[in-house]
Ligand binder design. Structure first.
Ligand code: PXL
Length: 272
């Protein structure tokens, strides 16, 4: 039987990020994607758009999950991304129990900041709630800013490889078996994703392409989860997800306005 993953994040109606990225990416990996939208936004909250209309779907969360529990439904993986609401984190951490197979991958992308700062609307209380959710995850995928916010560390100007490995090991102490630190600038002209497990750490390097593109973290996380659920080891999944995101960026004209032209690159995720 095919594998089924639950994607838990917002649905931004326009913007090619979060749920709108996870659905096609997981399908391209050959994985069925069920969705638990946590909020509905007219667009994402990034600077490409004016402030969006936002509707929280938190009250709908428990009834949806309860219906699935009544049916005895289980998932081979859960991918949690942008939640945007500290109260939702505690609801999820209580309600998700009982919905996963014994060896399910529980992936958490603790979306809350970048470039040394919280995204607007996030604060230390949210980071603390996220820290507690780390205890329920088996795979954690923070960028460097999110790693520092989770550990309440100052955001240093320069982090070397040794500092990043230490940071990732400290995050593993919060619960997840595997930590992937994403988007590191360890080497000139390169973007590095660092995979840290009980067996040690592995660096996956890619050429750093110019420009800033919204939704690339969401594409990366979904691709990693999809490939791991299909049986790839974490380092192979991270390498393949990174190549997919690089290809998506390379396919995007600089004046596109928002998101990436990832559609033509989805075939990179299919098959063994
Ligand atoms: O790409 C992460 C993300 C997801 N969802 C929403 C966002 C963002 C980043 O800004 O605004 C609504």
């Amino acid at each position: 039987m095919g594998k089924r993953v639950l994607s838990v994040q917002d649905l931004s109606c326009l913007g090619q990020c979060s749920m709108a990225a996870a659905l096609p990416v997981l399908s391209a990996c050959g994985v069925e994607c069920a969705v638990l939208p946590t909020a509905l936004l007219s667009t994402h909250t990034g600077a490409e758009f004016t402030p969006p209309h936002i509707c929280s779907l938190r009250p709908e969360t428990a009834p949806i999950l309860n219906h699935w529990k009544e049916m005895g439904l289980t998932f081979d993986g859960v991918e949690i991304g942008y939640l945007g609401d500290a109260a939702l984190i505690s609801t999820l951490s209580q309600e998700l129990d009982g919905l996963t197979t014994p060896d399910a991958l529980i992936a958490l992308d603790p979306v809350m900041g970048d470039n040394g700062r919280f995204y607007s609307g996030f604060d230390r209380r949210y980071a603390a709630a996220m820290r507690s959710l780390c205890g329920k995850s088996s795979l954690l995928l923070p960028n460097l800013t999110e790693a520092c916010l989770l550990l309440e560390r100052p955001m240093a100007e320069t982090y070397g490889e040794g500092d990043c490995v230490e940071l990732a090991q400290s995050l593993r102490a919060l619960g997840p078996e595997t930590v992937v630190l994403t988007g590191l600038a360890l080497f000139p002209g390169q973007l590095t994703n660092l995979v840290c497990t009980s067996a040690g750490s592995v660096l996956c390097n890619h050429p750093r392409l110019p420009g800033q593109y919204h939704g690339t973290g969401d594409l990366f996380a979904a691709a990693c989860v999809g490939r791991m659920v299909q049986g790839d080891g974490v380092a192979e999944a991270v390498r393949r997800a990174g190549e997919f995101v690089c290809a998506a960026i390379a396919a995007t004209p600089p004046d596109k306005g928002y998101g990436t032209c990832f559609e033509g690159c989805l075939h990179l995720l299919w098959g063994t």
